[in-house]
Design a protein around this ligand. Sequence first.
Ligand SMILES: Cc1ncc(COP(=O)(O)O)c(C=O)c1O
Length: 444
Amino acid sequence: MTKVQEAPIAGPKSVALFEEEQGYLTPGLQQIAVFSKLAMAKGKGAVLTDEDGKEYLDLVAGVCVASIGHGHPEYAKALAEQAANITVGSFTTKARVSFCRRLMPLLPKGLDRVQLYSSGAEAVEAAFRLAKSRTGHFEFLAFWGGFHGKTGGVLPLLGDTSFKAGLGPLMPGTYSAPYPNPYRCPFKNEAPHDCAAHCLEFAREYLKRSTTGSLAAVICEPIQGTAGNVIPPAGWLKGLKEIAHESGALLIADEMITGFGRTGKWFGVDHDNLSPDVMTVGKGVAGGFPVSGVITSAAIADSKPFANPSGSSSSYGGNPLAAAACDATLKILSEEDLVENSRKVGAKMLERLQGMKDKFPFIGDVRGRGLMIGVELVADKKTKEPLSKDKCRALFEEGLRRGIVTMAYSPVIRINPPLNITAAQADEALDRLEACFVWLAARG
Ligand SMILES: Cc1ncc(COP(=O)(O)O)c(C=O)c1O
């Protein structure tokens, strides 16, 4: 497909700032920033405004970070007040106690302890230390297509080989099994078939044959985010917990994306009525402030060396400013009923997108839970071959021209707006996205 020659995407102020910054930064910034060349000036709810004054409806939310939207006044006030008082140190603060009080009643049954960190990968690594401390084991099982961060300890878990190619040898003792993707069954079975049962059977057998019998944890995303908001069939998570426990291991649910209302319930595991042994959280928990966490039970948390003084801590984890961000975010999520908004608006968006599937030859699959929706673009509905990257990129650019920020540069568009997007804004965003699909269809 020829490159689009229409109006440029980013305005002159954006481009000037972007190009200056490119002279300072290493390569490797997120694709959305590099492809768009946009410099963002501000945001309000689900609306972003760039340095040239153009507005966009945000269907990305900083990849699920902006749970309470942009520029929330109560959040800004809470952070400013905390910044004026105390920002640093691990001493107890009212903000951290208040956050914990709000958090505990929301957690799956049996989970009642939390430790805070600063990035997702760091929390996953901490969860691994906890699992080793608890079980005395040292091996880990993850899943194809999974994403848990890019630090050394979690790099081998990545389902997308492009992140780890050339970086070996990776940490030993980690294994990956197929994730039950109903649209792209890893066993290439035609429907009807029990993809979840096949995947569970494979994982059980694989652990027996491939590990040394010292499994510390099984880690999974309740819905795979980076892989394209892939929803496993009901029952898979429960089966996985059984497999983990048969091996004397813990089940870690990585709720970095699915946590804090993204899927229309507080946590992704709530859809399966399941309590994992450990949850890792981040992103939406603090509305943009870099916070992540490990959540578990008191019994599991009390495992050494994790539980030794300074054994689970870090320099910034849960510091006063981070705690204030968590506390304000949780207050806003609860008081503004944003989990319910995620469920309601997400269901409407899903219904409209599913209607578009029959209209366009390149929409292969639409699935979603709450405001976590995946739209698979394919070159051919029968073969399911993904749509070419240049067509996706053209779609992404057309979206920006029409005032929507999307992840359409990938053949699986992940639709994850802020949880306070209104029904009217969601409808308007889908009008614009549909216009992009019409535009793409017209260009063959
Ligand atoms: C499920 C999941 N776990 C962990 C991470 C890593 O988070 P971070 O980028 O903050 O290290 C991500 C990031 O997208 C994620 O989606």
